[in-house]
Write a protein that binds this ligand. Structure first.
Ligand code: KG4
Ligand code: ZN
Length: 356
């Protein structure tokens, strides 16, 4: 069995492709994202994503979570074919590139290292500039990719991923301020940990979303934390789900899976949207986006849309392929950094930490 079977999701947006001749017509950037367990490579020209290839890693499935060492090894195996697929899909070649971008932080250090070193090697070989991108900034800017419905600045973005939960105030593409964040678990982590308690395989978020569609969100009530300001806490939810399930008879989870998933999802979304509402009230900004893996959640997408209608907000949600980790978002961020002349030197190194 091939442990590192490469799964390609050909997710290119080809709609504007033909309009952009290959040379001398703008800025062409190759972007590499390798912060966690997906190797992703995108090509962007003039801010238009021409390809966004994602090679997933199924090797982690049987461990119930990402194993960092295995992730780094799989990135090593995946990176060359993924880069090639991204260039081919964009109908371009290495010599047409104007810059090479990579995710610098935050993430798993071994995984980041693969992307950083690969990007440096390409930049050195082609004598092209390097652009270092912050993964969380890139999630926010996914809202600016290939859409007629882009948010005007300033906007607020609820960024909800497997490792982070933040409310970000975006004044311009490169001026982002975190105005609220989780003090413990991230929203995606809450989905995944609750799923694990119920015996649902990793990553549990998408499966909870799926099963929740058949369930009653009010069937079970789980406590919501009272956090000050715009901060979040999700570690208590997993504990209350655990204690609640420990008190039940055997067979309870299987018999109530849909209701449990719907109730857990409802609680997480409630916590998120209440804080988002507070952020709108505090800042007076009513252009509101979501981003990150959990923004793929159908309940959150619907909840935000409903809330926007109710309160007169303009709401924005990235296309599915730009919600979970992808290099398209790294490429769009790199495009703005290129325009601002923000390049990295060969001494650039990855960082596991989330500071901006
Ligand atoms: O942004 P992302 O791809 O990676 C990180 O930067 O962490 O987010 C991954 C997280 C995982 O926790 C996963 O369970 C969650 O996003 N996720 C979802 C859904 N799709 C992905 N959570 C709830 N519903 C979904 N549909
Ligand atoms: Zn992410």
């Amino acid at each position: 069995m091939n442990l590192y079977r490469v799964i390609f999701y050909f997710a290119a947006n080809m709609s504007n492709h033909e309009q952009y001749p290959l040379r001398g017509e703008g800025i062409t950037i190759l972007a590499i994202e390798s912060s966690c367990d997906d190797t992703s490579v995108a090509v962007c020209r003039n801010g238009v994503i021409l390809s966004n290839i994602i090679a997933g890693q199924i090797v982690h499935e049987k461990y119930g979570g990402v194993v960092p060492e295995l992730a780094s090894r799989a990135h090593m195996q995946n990176i060359v074919p993924t880069v090639q697929a991204a260039l081919d899909t964009a109908n371009t070649t290495m010599d047409k590139l104007d810059a090479i971008a990579f995710t610098q932080s935050p993430g798993l250090i071994g995984s980041l290292l693969v992307g950083v070193q690969f990007a440096k090697s390409v930049a050195l070989a082609l004598d092209k500039p390097l652009i270092a991108v912050h993964h969380m900034q890139a999630h926010v800017l996914a809202n600016l990719i290939d859409t007629d419905n882009k948010p005007d600045f300033p906007f607020l973005c609820l960024t909800v991923s497997g490792g982070h939960t933040q409310i970000v105030l975006a004044k311009s593409p490169l001026e982002l301020e975190v105005i609220g964040e989780t003090i413990d678990d991230a929203a995606g982590e809450a989905f995944d940990k609750c799923a694990k308690i119920m015996g649902i395989p990793y990553p549990g978020g998408p499966l909870i979303d799926k099963y929740a569609k058949e369930g009653n969100p009010l069937a079970f009530k789980f406590a919501e934390p009272q956090m000050p300001e715009l901060n979040f806490s999700f570690s208590g939810l997993k504990t209350s789900v655990l204690y609640f399930l420990q008190k039940q008879e055997s067979g309870f989870i299987a018999a109530n899976q849909a209701d449990l998933c719907a109730s857990i999802q409802y609680t997480i979304i409630n916590i998120l949207l209440k804080k988002l509402k507070k952020a709108v009230q505090q800042t007076g900004i009513s252009n509101v986006c979501i981003a990150g893996g959990v923004s793929a959640n159908s309940g959150l997408r619907n909840g935000l849309t409903e809330m926007g209608k109710k309160h007169g907000w303009k709401t924005f949600i990235p296309a599915f392929q730009y919600c979970t980790d992808n290099a398209g978002m790294i490429a769009i961020t790199a495009h703005y950094k290129y325009l601002a002349g923000q390049f990295a030197g060969m001494e650039a190194s990855p960082s596991a930490r989330a500071e901006w």
